[in-house]
Ligand binder design. Structure first.
Ligand code: ARG
Length: 588
């Protein structure tokens, strides 16, 4: 389905051509004087130089060539040569009817669908999820949904951190606490127990304890490093423990992500890339890309014109151990082999930008990816508390994701019960749905790359640019539609008629922007663009609602036209929030 802006540009281009000018001057933009007109065309100004003619004259000739019945209800020339445009109410209502019938609601889907891998989430096994992982999950999930809606094949990969020092730390601490476990018996050759020797809460207590000890006790740290090394060499008892850690952690992670309505197609791990490392390193050596530097193996990735120093990309440490960069490079090898993607997009904290610059450059230089694969990095900013510092608990500790969600849901519950529109027994469920909108919308409505302040009071408010406000608007529409059906009306009947007042027309105009908003959000990897659109539509709807008697309208055709407009507004808003990763309750 054609975009409304294009429909207008086409009509105007034809007029330019009929008047004897280049049709490319017929571009239309949203008016920057909304008090005077809805849209404008500055083409006559641009053409004045080429045709050596006053823009006012050109504009006049063009306007004279716009047919009587057109996309526009008015086209006016104003000095020095702008064309002020208003869209025809008839055309607009027909356009919205077409949009209602279109399952993609006017979003133009990809001509050439691409395979896009999104690397997001990135939790570390055995460490509790904290708010730092929240942003990656929220932004990545939204981009995945938007990409799919646009018709691409999008593969979401959680890329678990399962291979680093944290594993050695846990093994070491466990060994201190329960040395009698068979996993630590080097002479043991039987089968290892099926049941893990710890629960998730024990595991979550073990890691911080081990991590703290390793910072104070150098011997302890050395032990953990050795354990990590032995694990990576495949020592059977440690591998068995690693499997237990994985099992217990992944179950817990999945539960957490389910609560966030975040899901992954792939649960790949850093360790899955290990088998690709030896070959990859060997080839980089053979082809002369990798060389030794103070015992370590590195690839130079600095380029002419760099304004800051880009240090070499390290492949192997002097003791032969691989690093975060090595794993990420080998993961690229694996992804290319399994999926030959057109793009790999990493949604990771922007403080890791240098790491990805090195990895991307190295992957390109050494030919791990060809020209047809884009490697992109969406680095997001930090979620801060009201004090402008990274979000912490009241006691100053790292805020666990579960606790943050519980806090928001508690606040939502209080407000919902206060509102008395939902039965107390349903308030818990509703609070969860609305709470999720508060968290996700609060995050996504900010430009991803910027830091933002997580303000519980503001995010949970039913007023202003918030998730709960958007949901409140949707619930309002649902309740009008329910009443209409209860009174015997059929929301599928009738059609959208030309607008009769300003607030109705303005809602209609807003709705036509859906296609553009989704497309821009996708192209710019910017869900906040979609949020801004959804907020504008909600405002336009609420204004229309306050100025219009819908259920008491006596003219039947007019009433069903309003209802059709409500149905479309609900569809646009619900599809929009689904692309952001949350949904609306029936009541709130
Ligand atoms: N686990 C990492 C962290 O917590 C994030 C992983 C991001 N993805 C990647 N391919 N490096 O910092």
């Amino acid at each position: 389905m054609k975009n409304l802006m294009d429909c207008m540009a086409e009509e105007l281009s034809a007029a330019f051509e009929r008047a004897g000018y280049d049709p490319s001057y017929g571009k239309v933009s949203v008016s920057n004087r909304p008090d005077l007109c809805e849209f404008q065309c500055n083409g006559a100004m641009a053409g004045a130089k080429k045709y050596k003619k006053a823009p006012f004259l050109i504009a006049g000739e063009v306007v004279a060539c716009i047919p009587e019945k057109s996309v526009f209800s008015s086209a006016e020339v104003v000095k020095p040569g702008f064309i002020n445009l208003k869209i025809s109410e008839e055309f607009l209502s027909k356009y919205l009817e077409e949009m209602s019938a279109d399952e993609k609601l006017s979003v133009s889907t990809a001509q050439k669908p691409e395979t896009i891998i999104i690397d997001y989430g990135g939790p570390n096994v055995a460490k509790p999820l904290h708010v730092g992982h929240l942003r990656s999950a929220i932004i990545g999930e939204s981009l995945k949904r938007i990409g799919r809606f646009m018709g691409h094949k999008v593969i979401g990969d959680v890329h678990l951190g399962d291979w680093g020092l944290q594993m050695g730390l846990i093994i070491t601490e466990l060994r201190k606490r329960k040395p009698e476990l068979v996993y630590f018996d080097d002479d043991y050759s039987g089968e290892y127990p099926k049941e893990p020797p710890f629960t998730i809460s024990e595991l979550e207590e073990i890691y911080p304890c081990a991590s703290a000890r390793s910072k104070e006790d150098e011997d302890y740290r050395q032990e953990a490093l050795l354990a990590t090394h032995l694990l990576q060499q495949g020592k059977p008892g440690y591998m068995a423990l690693w499997n237990h850690i994985m099992e217990v952690s992944v179950t817990d992670l999945k539960r957490n992500y389910d609560n966030l309505q975040v899901s992954f197609d792939l649960w790949k791990k850093e360790s899955d890339a290990q088998p690709y490392i030896p070959d990859m390193v060997e080839r980089m050596k053979e082809q002369g890309f990798a060389h030794e530097d103070q015992g370590a193996l590195v690839v130079d990735v600095s380029e002419e014109g760099d304004t800051k120093e880009i240090p070499p990309c390290m492949l192997l440490k002097s003791d032969g151990a691989s690093l975060y960069t090595t794993t990420d490079l080998a993961t690229i090898v694996e992804r290319m082999r399994l999926f030959s993607p057109d793009e790999i997009l990493y949604v990771v904290d922007k403080r890791q930008e240098m790491h990805f610059t090195q990895v991307f450059r190295c992957a390109r230089k050494t030919g791990l990816v060809g020209e047809n694969t884009r490697l992109s990095f969406l680095g997001f900013g930090t979620m801060n508390g009201k004090d402008g510092k990274p979000f912490k608990t009241r006691e100053g500790g790292v805020m666990r994701l579960e606790n943050l969600i519980a806090e928001i849901n508690g606040e939502m519950f209080r407000k919902i019960v206060e509102n008395r529109s939902v039965k107390e027994k349903d308030a818990g469920e509703t609070a969860k749905i609305v709470g999720l909108s508060a968290i996700k919308y609060g995050d996504l409505s900010n430009q991803a790359t910027k830091d933002y302040v997580f303000d519980v009071d503001r995010f949970t408010s039913f007023e202003g640019n918030t998730g709960p406000y958007i949901l409140y608007t949707i619930v309002r529409i649902k309740s009008i539609l329910n009443r209409y059906t209860q009174e015997g009306g059929d929301p599928e009947e009738g059609r959208i008629l030309p607008a009769v007042n300003e607030s109705e027309k303005s809602l209609m105009l807003q709705l036509t922007g859906f296609g553009g908003a989704v497309e821009t959000a996708f192209e710019e990897k910017a869900p906040h663009r979609l949020c801004a659109f959804i907020y504008e539509v909600s405002n336009a709807f609420n204004r229309f609602y306050h100025e219009t008697k819908i259920l008491s309208e006596e003219d039947r055709a007019r009433q069903s036209s309003y209802i059709r407009l409500l149905v479309l507004t609900r569809k646009v808003l619900e599809t929009g929030i689904d692309l952001l990763g949350f949904s609306a309750p029936e009541k709130m």
